[in-house]
Design a binder for this molecule. Sequence first.
Ligand SMILES: Cc1cc2nc3c(=O)[nH]c(=O)nc-3n(C[C@H](O)[C@H](O)[C@H](O)COP(=O)(O)O)c2cc1C
Length: 329
Amino acid sequence: MADLSTTYLGLQLTSPVITGSSGLTDKVEKIIELEKNGAGAVVLKSIFEEEITMEYEQMLREEAPSRYKDDYLDYFDYKIKEVNLNNYLNLIIDAKKKTEIPIIGSINCNSSHEWTFFARKIEEAGADAIELNVFILPSDLTRTADGIEKTFLEIIQNIKNTVNIPIAVKMSYYFSNLAAFLQELSRTQIAGLVLFNRSYSPDIDLDKMEVIGTNVLSTPKELPTSLRWIGIMANRVKCDLAASTGIHDGQAVVKQLLAGANAVQVVSALYEHGVDYLKQMLGDVENWMDEKGYEKIDDFRGMLSQEQFVNPSLYERVQFMKYFSDRDK
Ligand SMILES: Cc1cc2nc3c(=O)[nH]c(=O)nc-3n(C[C@H](O)[C@H](O)[C@H](O)COP(=O)(O)O)c2cc1C
């Protein structure tokens, strides 16, 4: 029987399938179920500074008489942060008590001091690692590409100076020189890169003439973007790689491992099919390994990364120049 255990961020995982940050991981009961169904680890739902600030501003608007605003500011800042953060920290403490799998905290902040404050608290609560959900859409016309990259490096440096647990950075692909930047990030002594986060997608409702959100869940067709970049970056970064987005079945897990991922993160497939679908995904990975005669993940991991592959240009081919003419022959 194939052995699915592996390591990610220096942590021992019973399987390479991690439940990604989402509402699937926001309660201890859900984490227990995920563990029962074979999740190798969970990334908790992100704690968002923005959310805390929004609640805080609303409270301020509703309750603070203007002459006392400064006092209220201090008081509510403290109070809301304490309640939200405490709930988050209690979830970590509880999950560590009731499960054996690694618990990875996730943070998304706007201001640099809050990144480090949250990270320290998450480490103190006993999380095994932290995933930084840094998402900067390059839509600000006044910001340079260099400036955005510098922000990433500063956040990482500050957090590295604050905590000792492993850090993973969850990335988007909106970078002008993605491969070089991923490599540069990996030299900051982070333990892992997660390729990629998936952003809120806009659409337009033609009847209501409104911009709306759409496609909350991914589809299997979204697999190739992360597959390409895992394949290109495997063995070219000084940290682990986790694949995320569009992984909907056991075959997709195997493909990402062959491309060189150390682990994969799954969210939409579990929202769609339920948490017990994890068992089926892992069973399919096991069957594939048995059929091919692989005993453990490292027997085949990275076998089809760009570095290993006989025709590495296939990861980089971007045009369809000859697709139909070849097929029609
Ligand atoms: C309902 C929902 C909530 C999510 N919440 C978070 C979050 O709090 N933090 C985060 O980093 N990613 C969040 N994500 C993104 C997922 O972690 C993941 O990166 C994305 O869904 C792509 O993976 P998938 O194709 O397996 O769904 C969320 C996704 C969904 C669908």
